[in-house]
Design a protein around this ligand. Structure first.
Ligand code: NAP
Length: 287
C-alpha cells in the first residue's frame, strides 16, 4: 500500500488516448487522480471514474492552470505526481509552414508543459514527488515532414534533462516516457494535416504525402495500446529508483539502434524510405 502523500497525481490531456488510459490505470491502482480536460463531455465522463476528480485544464491558459492548482490545494491531499501528457501534432514540409504553425505546436507541447510544471513545482517539492513527461520516439528521432512535432519533443527532452539536473537533489524526480506508435486519435489528426490542398505550391508535397501516409499506416500496424504507456507511467511514479527514460515501443530495438547510429547513416536510411514510399504510392495509383 502506497503512503497517502504519494498517491495523488495530476494528468493533463485526459480526455482521450494515453491520458485517458493513464487516468483509468492509476485510479484503479491506488492513486487519486486529478484528470485535466477541456471538453465538457470528457469532463463528465472522467468524473464518473472512481478515485478521479475531473478538472478543466487547457494547458495554454494560465488562468485555468492557476484554478487547477487552487482546486488541488483546497482538497488538501497534496500532489505527488504531475503527468505532462497533453499534446498536439503539427506536420507538413517545414519550408511551407508559417511560423504560426510552429508556435501553435510549441504552445501546447512545450510552453504549456513549462507553465504547468512551474505552477505545481511547490506542491511536488513538498511531497518530494515526480514529474513524468510524455515525450515520444520523435524526441530523439526527427522524421521529415513532422518537423514542428519533432522539434517540440526534442525541446521537451532537453528541457527535462536540464530540469532533472536542477531539481533532483531537492528530492523531485523527472522521468521521460518515450512511446513509439500508440493506437490513439492522434494519427487521424496527423493525417488531416498533410492534406495537399493546404500546400498547393509545395515542391515537397508528393514526398510528404507518400511518407506521411506510409508512416501513419505503419504506425497503426505497429501501435501498442495506450494501456502499455499507462503501465510505464505507473512504474515511473511508483518505482523506488525509476529509470530516467522509458522507451515504450513494439520494435524498441530499432529505436535503440537509431539512438546510436551515426546521423549520416540514419539520413541515408530515411532517404531510401522516402523513395520506397513514393514507388509504393505510384504503384497504388496505377492499379
Ligand atoms: N499516439 C502516439 O503514437 C504517441 C506516440 C508518442 C507520444 N505520444 C504523445 O502522447 C501524448 C498523448 O497523445 P495521444 O496519442 O493520447 O493523443 P490524443 O488522444 O489526441 O490525446 C491528446 C490529448 O491532449 C489534449 N490536448 C490537446 N491540446 C490541449 C491543450 N491546449 N490543453 C490541454 N489538453 C490538450 C487533448 O484534449 P482534447 O480532446 O480537448 O483535444 C487530448 O486529451 C501526446 O503528448 C503525444 O505527443 C503519442
Amino acid at each position: 500500500m502506497m503512503p497517502k502523500h504519494s498517491s495523488v497525481v495530476l494528468v493533463s490531456g485526459a480526455s482521450s488516448g494515453i491520458g485517458r488510459a493513464t487516468v483509468e490505470y492509476l485510479a484503479s491502482h491506488g492513486f487519486h487522480v486529478f484528470a485535466g480536460a477541456r471538453d465538457r463531455r470528457a469532463l463528465e465522463e472522467l468524473s464518473r471514474i472512481p478515485n478521479t476528480t475531473a478538472l478543466r485544464l487547457d494547458v495554454t491558459r494560465p488562468e485555468e492552470i492557476r484554478a487547477a492548482r487552487k482546486m488541488i490545494e483546497d482538497k488538501g491531499m497534496g500532489l505527488f505526481g504531475l503527468v505532462n501528457n497533453a499534446g498536439i501534432v503539427e506536420v507538413g514540409p517545414l519550408m511551407d509552414l508559417e511560423s504560426a504553425s510552429l508556435r501553435a505546436q510549441f504552445e501546447v507541447n512545450f510552453f504549456g508543459i513549462h507553465e504547468l510544471t512551474k505552477t505545481f513545482f511547490p506542491l511536488l517539492l513538498q511531497s518530494q514527488g515526480r514529474v513524468v513527461m510524455i515525450s515520444s520516439d520523435s524526441g530523439f528521432f526527427a522524421t521529415p515532414f513532422a518537423g514542428p512535432y519533432c522539434a517540440s519533443k526534442f525541446a521537451l527532452e532537453g528541457y527535462s534533462d536540464s530540469l532533472r539536473r536542477e531539481i533532483t537533489h531537492h528530492g523531485v524526480k523527472v522521468i521521460l516516457i518515450e512511446p513509439g506508435p500508440v493506437a490513439t486519435a492522434i494519427w487521424g489528426k496527423a493525417e488531416k494535416s498533410i492534406d495537399p490542398d493546404k500546400f498547393p505550391h509545395s515542391i515537397f508535397i508528393k514526398e510528404a504525402k507518400a511518407l506521411g501516409e506510409y508512416s501513419i499506416a505503419q504506425g497503426q500496424r505497429d501501435a501498442l495500446p495506450p494501456s502499455a504507456v499507462a503501465e510505464a507511467i505507473y512504474w515511473a511514479l511508483t518505482s523506488a529508483k525509476p529509470r530516467l527514460r522509458y522507451l515504450v515501443a513494439k520494435k524498441s530495438w530499432e529505436y535503440r539502434l537509431i539512438k546510436i547510429l551515426p546521423a549520416y547513416f540514419v539520413d541515408r536510411l530515411v532517404r531510401k524510405k522516402i523513395q520506397q514510399t513514393i514507388r509504393i504510392a505510384k504503384k497504388m495509383a496505377a492499379e
